[in-house]
Design a protein around this ligand. Structure first.
Ligand SMILES: [Zn+2]
Length: 571
């Protein structure tokens, strides 16, 4: 109804005037707070009917003069039309004429743009009327320690706020920072999700759960927020530390890159000095005290991470990351996973599919293998047939099987290289496997229903394995070989299938990196594992179940490009 109240007199609209006459001022005011009431729809329908009538007349007779078209429409219909246009087109529309400009002052237009383009569901007006609170919700969610009294002081003045300001000065202005980001923080990386949350834009840092509970949900804490404190200017606040929001700054460096700066880093300091800061960080990051961590090497690693990361003081540069594109034929849905990395704790890994290979790319990293590197690579053309559970307990037996596949892979690569040198149609055949082409799978299980590798012919070409106990849709028993260490004792005891893969290992500081053989174990849609043969250790990965907006890659090429970029930064 805001539309009607504000627009009467703007243009010639008989229906609108009639309504205004019928209605007292109190009624109008009450209706004002309910912009989406039925009478408005009624009016719009009436307008649409009138328009349809006009169109019919137009078809029958000669063309009416152009001034009768858009300008002659009743304002409420124009409001409806303008509200369905992209917000970015509206400023130029405002330049057409005074009437359009005045209509574009209608806040329901901007409210709809805020909702449809940025998912804003808050009601500015209702915030004022009820006085309760989305505000308090945000206060509590963002900083539970801030008492409501103190929070009220730092609240923006919503009474004079308009959706047009929210749209133009906040959402549109900061639209380039929405989505997923990786901070440039040495080897450690990270995952930042910038979202529109109510009338805020908030940068949430996502942290893995406490080691070794990979199945627990992700944790997150706010690093910054942007909102309108005054009508036309957005305020950036640093949320780092425990003393509430304070002055910060965001700079959009270039496409897909921005940086944050804290202007009051004294807010990050604690009264108990570095000791207290470290203890607090440790409790948050690891969920325990240093005394609880008996492992000396682990203590060193933790201390190192604290010293390294805390020196940034929330002054960080972020680079955009995309979620992997998915394809119906993928082994499982690609996405983000939490994985165990021994003394380094839990890390975030992105699983993506690339034809005959799947890759695990580190989104968070450590001093050995930094963020951005490809931690595991799975060879979807080479399935591994696990022996029965009893034989699986023997590490040597598993080792023998895996190394055999590795040898096969080597030979096939050699054949491919030779084939490429010799020219087409003359690929030499391995004496051991005379019938096998380079691209065909060697160790293969019968295809399982709906879970086969991306390449359909791979499964079709497979010879049935004699000891294959798994049936369609069922798992086969799984147990870790004796001597293989795992952070998590309650790993799944059945698996769907296994593949040959390689895992990246390196010395401290990413020295002498090397891809080493291993086994990729697919447990279910949301969990997989990797046995690092040379390290005699096992990593368990569990899907990050959070949903992320604005994280889709514009194209498969853009995704590949992004992977290459984040890898090159730490190579
Ligand atoms: Zn700060």
């Amino acid at each position: 109804m805001a539309v009607c109240a504000r627009l009467c007199g703007v243009g010639p609209s008989r229906g609108c005037r009639r309504r205004q006459q019928r209605r007292g001022p109190a009624e109008t005011a009450a209706a004002d707070s309910e912009p989406d009431t039925d009478p408005e729809e009624e009016r719009i329908e009436a307008g649409a009917a009138a328009l349809a009538g006009a169109g019919g007349g137009r078809g029958a007779g000669p063309s009416p003069p152009p001034r009768c078209s858009l300008l002659e429409l009743p304002p409420e219909l124009l409001v409806e039309i303008f509200a369905s246009l992209p917000g970015t087109d509206l400023p130029s529309l405002a330049q057409v004429c005074t009437k359009f400009r005045r209509i574009l002052h209608t806040d329901t237009i901007w409210r709809r743009r805020c909702r449809e383009e940025y998912g804003v569901c808050e009601n500015l007006r209702k915030l004022d009327i009820t006085g309760v609170s989305c505000r308090d919700v945000y206060a509590k969610r963002i900083n539970p320690r801030v008492k409501s009294g103190r929070f009220m002081k730092i609240l923006p003045d919503y009474e004079h706020m308009e959706y047009r300001d929210v749209y133009t000065c906040l959402l549109h202005r900061y639209r380039h920072i929405l989505g997923l980001w990786q901070p440039d923080i040495g080897p450690y990386g990270g995952l930042l999700n910038v979202v529109v949350d109510g009338l805020f834009i908030i940068g949430w840092m996502y942290l893995p759960p406490h080691d070794p509970h990979v199945d627990d949900p992700m944790r997150f804490k706010p690093l910054f927020r942007v909102h309108l404190m005054e009508r036309k200017s957005a305020t950036v606040e640093c949320m780092y530390g425990h003393r509430g929001p304070h002055n910060g700054h965001i700079q959009i460096v270039k496409k897909d890159e921005f940086s944050t700066k804290c202007n009051q880093t004294d807010h990050h300091r604690m009264s108990g000095g570095r000791q207290e800061e470290f203890r607090t960080w440790l409790r948050e990051e690891w969920g325990r005290t240093l005394e609880d961590i008996f492992h000396e090497h682990m203590q060193e690693l933790i201390l190192m991470k604290f010293i390294y990361t805390s020196q940034y003081d929330n002054c960080l540069t972020y680079r955009r990351i995309y979620l992997p594109p998915s394809h119906p034929d993928d082994l499982i849905r690609p996405g983000l996973f939490k994985g165990t990395y021994g003394s380094h704790g839990l890390e975030i890994v992105m699983l993506s599919f690339h034809g005959k290979r799947a890759r695990g790319t580190k989104i968070t990293g450590d001093p050995n293998i930094p963020a951005g590197q490809q931690t595991v690579e799975i060879d979807l053309m080479h399935r591994i047939q696990l022996p029965d559970v009893e034989s699986l307990r023997s590490f040597n037996e598993l080792s023998r099987i895996v190394l055999e596949v590795r040898e096969q892979v080597r030979q096939e690569q050699q054949q491919q290289e030779d084939g490429a040198e010799d020219g087409e149609g003359r690929a030499p055949q391995s004496p051991r496997e005379p019938q096998r082409g380079p691209a065909q799978p060697s160790v293969e299980l019968p295809a399982e229903k709906g879970g086969g590798p991306a390449d359909g012919e791979a499964a079709a070409a497979a010879a049935p394995a004699p000891e294959q106990p798994a049936q369609s849709g069922q798992g086969q028993p799984f147990v870790l070989p004796v001597g293989v260490s795992s952070r998590n004792e309650d790993y799944p005891r059945t698996c769907r299938m296994c593949f040959y893969g390689t895992g990246l290992i390196a010395g401290h500081g990413f020295t002498s990196p090397e891809r080493t053989p291993g086994v990729f174990i697919l447990f279910d849609e949301d969990r997989f594992g990797f046995i690092w043969l040379e390290l005699k250790s096992f990593s368990l990965y569990s899907r990050v179940r959070a949903t992320f907006r604005n994280a889709e890659a514009p194209s498969p090429q853009a995704f590949e490009e992004m992977l290459k970029n984040i890898q090159s930064l730490t190579s």
